[in-house]
Design a protein around this ligand. Structure first.
Ligand SMILES: C[S@@+](CC[C@H](N)C(=O)[O-])C[C@H]1O[C@@H](n2cnc3c(N)ncnc32)[C@H](O)[C@@H]1O
Length: 330
């Protein structure tokens, strides 16, 4: 968790506002009847909500590891899950028409000899949630293209690579990959992979002049498909206390549970027969007695610890496995 925590802190490079504006104006997402959008690393939800701004019938879904940011994103997006997007989420496949993916830029945690950049881990993990014909908009440092090249070239036909505007490019050397999900034939996939690897090997200046820059690119419209499948599952395995507490309060469960667990004051117990030592011990251990008793007119306090031990004295079992075990409490 320490590693994840530092990833969340250090990995918060929100898409710059200027890039967001340009993305919105240059890359126009046309919609067939409504669409579902996913950002698996949504931060405060600003970028996805900006892309969806003014477009009717959209469902915007986000996931965020940092609790505070996830909380803030809830005010902007339709649904937000809090937790580790790589390991804790259960999400219906083929459910999204657009995936905006600006993941943390880092080496993955090494498992022995093999470790994979986080950008690739996120791409592979969320590929299945994008429907066929849906669009990926991925923001990564351009030199990471070499790590993503194989997956991008197999699953997206001729993805378009766009450079950040020069000023914004300087900090993290990012580019935008826009790709439509469609299996590519091997020959074409090999060519695309080679092209992406070549771009990744370039010097930063060379890269910027080899690709279209977002501020210079001509307007382009991409048609985001309507959802092909319902989003039946979109949940985290963990429970977010900020979401759970209002439910628990509203349902009054907590009050009932506390009432059941708290021994009642002045609770008079009138057993039908005198209590045996075992009964007393269990009631003490369960918190139903405070240990004060009266015996032969004297006030006594019972103190001690409770052990429960049993001795098996008989085991019977028939051929079909049914049977009985007789024990004696000691
Ligand atoms: C580069 S920022 C992107 C924020 C936003 N999508 C944007 O473009 O403005 C990456 C975000 O991913 C979050 N993050 C890092 N590791 C994560 C994980 N394993 N699961 C979910 N979110 C994660 C970070 O907390 C951070 O907010």
């Amino acid at each position: 968790m320490a590693r994840l925590g530092s990833q969340a802190k250090a990995g918060f490079y929100p898409t710059p506002d200027t890039v967001c504006e340009l993305l919105k104006s240059k890359i126009i997402f046309e919609l067939e009847k409504g669409a579902r959008l996913l950002d698996p690393c949504c931060g405060k939800g600003k970028t996805l909500s900006r892309l969806a701004d003014g477009v009717p019938n959209l469902t915007t879904c986000g996931i965020e590891l940092d609790h505070q940011r996830a909380h803030e994103a809830r005010s902007r997006l339709t649904k937000v899950l809090w937790g580790d997007a790589l390991t804790e989420m259960q999400i219906s496949p083929n459910a999204f028409g657009l995936m905006y993916l600006n993941p943390p830029y880092d080496d993955g945690v090494s498992d022995g000899a093999k470790s994979q950049r986080l950008e690739v881990q996120f791409l592979r993990r969320y590929l299945g949630t994008l429907q066929q014909g849906g669009y990926l908009v991925q923001v990564i440092p351009y030199y990471v293209l070499k790590h993503c090249a194989k997956t991008l070239s197999r699953h997206f036909k001729a993805p378009v690579i766009i450079g950040f505007p020069e000023d914004e490019f300087q900090a993290f050397k990012q580019c935008i990959v826009v790709g439509r999900k469609r299996m590519a034939k091997k020959e074409q996939a090999d060519m695309t992979q080679e092209y992406l690897e070549e771009l990744a090997a370039m010097e930063p200046d060379e890269f910027l002049s080899a690709v279209n820059r977002l501020d210079l690119v001509a307007e382009k419209a991409f048609c985001i498909p309507a959802p092909a499948k319902p989003l039946t599952t979109f949940r985290a395995r963990n429970i977010d206390p900020l979401e759970a507490i209002p439910f628990v309060r509203k349902a009054g469960i907590l009050k009932n549970v506390l009432a059941e667990l708290t021994p009642r004051r002045n609770n008079e117990i009138r057993p039908l027969t005198p209590l045996e030592n075992g009964h007393l011990a269990l009631m003490l251990a369960g918190g139903y007695m405070n240990g004060a008793i009266e015996k032969d007119g004297r006030q006594l306090v019972i103190k001690g610890v409770v052990h429960k031990s049993e001795k098996v004295i008989n085991v019977r079992e028939n051929d079909s496995g049914e049977g009985s075990i007789t024990c004696h409490r000691l």
